[in-house]
Ligand binder design. Structure first.
Ligand SMILES: NC(=O)c1ccc[n+]([C@@H]2O[C@H](COP(=O)([O-])OP(=O)(O)OC[C@H]3O[C@@H](n4cnc5c(N)ncnc54)[C@H](OP(=O)(O)O)[C@@H]3O)[C@@H](O)[C@H]2O)c1
Length: 333
């Protein structure tokens, strides 16, 4: 009889445990499903803050760094198409003038150009730019300029020059440009700062360690200043970018995961104030396939798994890049 009672009690405990773990499992699956559906709603259904809030069509100016090529040039064009005047900043005056002329003719907005090399810009250069920007109403800043390792390289082998350039361009330029324009944004209680982040900042990327670290800085710094500046009317958005066709990515053909700059920038500007696939504050992953990839990174497997994946991908790219380098050296012999 005692054995029967014990058996019944044991099966009651087992049934309760199964019910509790089943309920927890169902709740976890439900929460994950809801968070995935939210990503889809964000990228396919919701519209972001209208750029009219940031001066479009009423004399506001957008400042874009790295504005003569790739993603930055596309930002300049699309912001101008929304009737923002644009200030283009890059190294080459010839390219700046050509892009400005194209934009003025196409979109009938005002443009200004300012040539500077962010790898060696000193305080005097940033002050000279401030003199250009202080008299105009800067409502949007796109911290787009960026530079990368030439090829995936072990940290101990990377040159000091490349490490210096990545820090100056990806880290210091974003901070210094923000310091140049944010006082006037705060004074008007209105402004938008878009920082070009990367998946390399989301998941540490072996062999691109300094670039990866610079984008992780951008992510963390954007979240921190995003919280500081929100009560002052300035919205900060770090955009998590996977690959985009450009000279930096060295990718020429687009695919489901790798858009051209045009659809990519359209997704960024269409989702101001919306997180898309991102799970951190002041951050957005707006392009739909990037958003799903971001969700997977945050919700499936461990961070160690994703770092290992990045390691394998970059080790393979490095092998191919070194073979290409060897071929070119042999050709020139
Ligand atoms: N493409 C991607 O797959 C990808 C992925 C993740 C994140 N991102 C980020 O997106 C941003 C733009 O990348 P992108 O692919 O569009 O680059 P890109 O096609 O190489 O264009 C870079 C732009 O920056 C300017 N520039 C480069 N170095 C400069 C310097 N030292 N000083 C001033 N201007 C400089 C270039 O013009 P000049 O040569 O005339 O100066 C050009 O206008 C970067 O922050 C990058 O990290 C890109």
């Amino acid at each position: 009889m005692d054995q029967i009672v014990q058996f019944v009690q044991k099966s009651d405990v087992n049934a309760t445990l199964v019910a509790v773990f089943g309920a927890i499992g169902a709740a976890v699956i439900a929460l994950k499903t809801i968070s995935f559906l939210k990503v889809l709603v964000d990228v396919f259904v919701r519209s972001g803050i209208n750029l009219k809030k940031y001066g479009a069509g009423r004399g506001g100016w957008a400042v874009i760094t790295g504005a003569t090529d790739g993603i930055g040039k596309e930002f300049a064009s699309q912001l101008a198409s929304k009737k923002l005047n644009v200030v283009l900043v890059s190294r080459s005056m010839d390219k700046l003038k050509a892009v400005a002329e194209e934009i003025e003719q196409k979109y009938n907005v005002e443009t200004k150009v300012f040539a500077m090399d962010f790898t060696n810009a000193d305080d005097a250069k940033y002050n000279a730019l401030k003199q250009v920007l202080d008299p105009i109403e800067v409502t949007v800043l796109v911290n787009n300029v960026g530079t990368n390792h030439e090829i995936p390289t072990p940290f101990e082998e990377e040159t000091d020059a490349i490490v210096h350039n990545i820090i100056e361009v990806n880290v210091k330029a974003a901070m210094k440009m923000t310091k140049v324009v944010v006082p006037q944004m705060i004074a008007r209680k209105n402004g938008l700062i878009i920082n070009l982040g990367s998946f390399a900042g989301l998941v540490p990327t072996p062999y691109l360690s300094v670039y990866s670290g610079s984008k992780a800085f951008l992510s963390s710094w954007s979240q921190a200043i995003g919280a500081e500046l929100a009560p002052q009317g300035v919205h900060v958005q770090n955009v998590n970018t996977y690959f985009v066709v450009s000279s930096m990515s060295k990718i020429r053909r687009s695919s489901l995961l790798i858009p051209f700059p045009k659809p990519y920038v359209k997704s960024v500007l269409g989702q101001i104030g919306i997180s898309g696939g991102a799970s951190t504050p002041s951050t957005s992953t707006p392009y739909w396939t990037h958003a799903i990839a971001n969700w997977l990174i945050d919700n499936a497997f461990t961070r160690t798994f994703w770092v290992d994946q990045n390691y394998k991908i970059q080790a393979d790219i490095r092998k191919r890049a070194l073979r290409k380098r060897d071929r070119e050296t042999n050709k020139n012999k």
